[in-house]
Design a protein around this ligand. Structure first.
Ligand code: FEO
Length: 597
């Protein structure tokens, strides 16, 4: 199979494997990919699992069509890819292994009798190797998934050989959805190393990539944005889909009944997706994958030997091992004489960051009581609050407690110029009166939104919660709606005034109608009445201080002289900053800059 005119697939399918890496069920088998790049010199990219020596060597020989390989590039030393290094070097005695220092150390440990004297080429991060017209560029990707891993970019054909990255379970001769088995693979195998995957994505974002050639799963050629976005979500521990996972264990069926009652309540209230996981019976890696996929998780188990039921303990261990965070979690416990499961489960997740605990915990003593049914209803209400608030039919559109979410916070003000939706970050919103409810919003006249709102007289104020990632600020704060469509990649929800409100990252929004305009020279103040107000969640409001401390990445000022913008991190290089200087990214003035160092 040709990937490009010069790159040929030489991998194998494995339908003998039952448990990949000794633990992951792979009903559709596994693919171990290897590639041959033919040029003046020939490079073979990685080998395959030890069970497929001859099949793979046959594939390589066929791809070579009578020529001999010059290099074996070893990107990853895990035996599913490296088991045939010695066999390859015997078959092609002129070939040289290209790898990094850590890899060569592992090669020595795995193949103790192999003599590589004069047959190695050690590369460093950022080195390149010319094959003729193809140039291979090596980028180290430690801990994606082992410390020696590197990926390779062929700058001629714009191909990224991504090692385990972008891989999935499943052989290539079986048709199946990429997302599900790639997610289960990612969460199971690489899930712990989100920060390292983010580093790799950052390096990849500087490359023009047309094709991704992973070591497992299909070669990716189309719609690469989809795969990159999935990897971005997974590696940043973001919520991929709305919904609630109820993970439970049950000894005599009472905890199961509670879990199923909650599931029915959630469905009745309009929860977009409910996933019930019987931890004793379902594939554990599937349950773990679901916990990372959805935004909310309910753990329901029995007290057992003064601890919790073993499958629940195993499940939570899998979550914490993989850095579970940024989720809403609720607890249901059952215990006939000394219930303690809720306390133990909560304790096990103590080290997990950014967990929002539900106010309601369901405490069952043996079987469901009337009080338990009320608790389950309250829990479903809490879990569905933001989904209901988003719903045009079910939302309470006059919940003026939404105004309590106004603090010295950060907001996305949304508007529409008649052709497209727009959004802008502001930090100047305040409530003026409560009868009628009036709110003031101050906007810099240089911003396109000021112009739009002055013309249309309507706006939505979206109160950002602490969940909002830096990308929200980049999208709405560092570019102008005159030039770009800021909602291009957003799912849009609309309020009654037909303006958009953000479907996530907010704890409330208000629809406003402008009553008065006050000209404040550089800014214009819109004094507005509230036409609609919805509370979306109980998450804390994103304050300016929280943003500075926890969201905004540290600017890379090392080795630079000048001034850095405290709002967005833009660096002005120069000895003096003009008094009238305006940050080209976020449009804040010189007062928001500070000297570097
Ligand atoms: Fe596919 Fe980490 O080996």
């Amino acid at each position: 199979m040709y990937i490009t005119d010069d790159i040929i697939y030489a991998g194998v399918n494995d339908h003998q494997v039952d448990l990949f890496e000794g633990q992951y069920r792979v009903p559709n088998g596994m693919a171990y990919n290897s590639y041959v790049i033919k040029d003046e010199k020939i490079a073979v990219m990685d080998t395959v699992d030890g069970k497929f020596t001859h099949e793979w060597l046959d594939n390589v020989e066929k791809a070579l069509a009578g020529r001999k390989p010059d290099y074996l590039v070893v990107q990853h030393m895990e035996p599913d890819h490296s088991a045939n290094i010695q066999n390859f070097m015997k078959a092609y005695p002129e070939a040289v292994i290209v790898a990094n220092a850590k890899t060569f150390c592992m090669v020595g440990n795995f193949f103790r009798s192999m003599d590589l004297e004069g047959r190695t080429l050690e590369v460093k991060n950022g080195d390149s190797l010319s094959l003729g017209k193809h140039v291979l560029n090596f980028v180290f990707a430690p801990m994606v998934h082992w410390p020696e891993v590197m990926v390779t970019y062929d700058s001629t054909d714009k191909v990224l050989f991504s090692a385990d990255g972008f891989g999935k379970f499943g052989a290539l001769d079986v048709e199946e959805d990429w997302d599900d088995e790639a997610r289960r693979y990612y969460i199971g195998i690489v899930g712990k190393y989100g920060a390292q995957v983010q580093n790799l994505l950052k390096a990849a974002s500087a490359l023009y990539i047309q094709t991704i050639c992973p070591l497992h799963g299909p070669v990716l050629k189309e719609n690469l944005g989809h795969y990159l976005e999935k990897y971005h979500t997974w590696s940043s521990y973001g919520v991929e889909d709305d919904g609630v996972v109820i993970a439970y264990t049950s000894v005599y069926g009472n905890t199961k009944k509670a879990a199923e009652t909650l599931a029915a309540k959630l469905t009745e209230k309009g929860c977009p997706k409910v996933v019930l996981c019987d931890l004793a019976r379902m594939d554990m890696s599937k349950a773990v994958e679901n916990a990372f996929r959805y935004g909310k998780l309910v753990l329901a188990t029995t007290t057992y030997n003064a601890d919790i039921f073993p499958f629940m303990r195993e499940f939570i261990d899998h979550l914490t091992e993989r850095g579970f965070k940024k989720r809403t979690v609720g607890l249901m416990e059952n215990g006939s004489w000394a219930p303690m499961a809720a306390k133990i489960m909560k304790g096990m997740l103590e080290g997990s960051k950014d967990i929002t605990w539900l106010n309601t915990t369901v405490k069952i003593t043996s079987s469901l009581s009337e009080d338990n049914l009320k608790e389950i209803d309250a829990m479903a209400e809490e879990l569905c609050r933001e989904y209901i608030a988003r719903s045009d039919e079910k939302a309470n559109k006059h919940d003026m407690t939404a105004l309590f979410k106004i603090g010295y916070g950060l907001y996305v003000v949304t508007s529409n110029d008649g052709t497209r939706d727009n959004g802008l970050i502001v930090n100047t919103v305040s409530q003026l009166t409560d009868n009628p409810f009036r709110v003031a919003v101050n906007i810099n006249k240089a911003n396109y939104s000021h112009h739009v709102i002055k013309k249309t007289g309507i706006l939505n104020v979206n109160c950002l919660s602490v969940e909002a990632p830096f990308e929200v600020f980049q999208n709405f704060g560092f570019q102008s709606g005159r030039n770009v469509d800021k909602f291009e990649s957003w799912e849009t929800c609309r309020s009654d005034n037909d303006l958009v409100f953000l479907p996530k990252y907010i704890n409330a929004f208000m629809s406003l109608k402008v009553e008065q305009y006050v000209d404040l020279d550089t800014h214009g103040m819109f004094i507005c009445t509230v036409t609609e107000a919805r509370v979306m969640s109980d998450k804390e409001t994103m304050t300016y201080t929280y943003y500075q401390k926890n969201v905004k990445p540290k600017p890379e000022t090392d080795g630079k002289k000048g001034f850095v913008c405290k709002i967005c991190g833009y660096i002005y290089e120069g000895d003096t900053l003009p008094d009238d200087y305006i940050c080209p990214l976020c449009k804040h003035g010189a007062a928001d800059f500070e000297p570097i160092g």
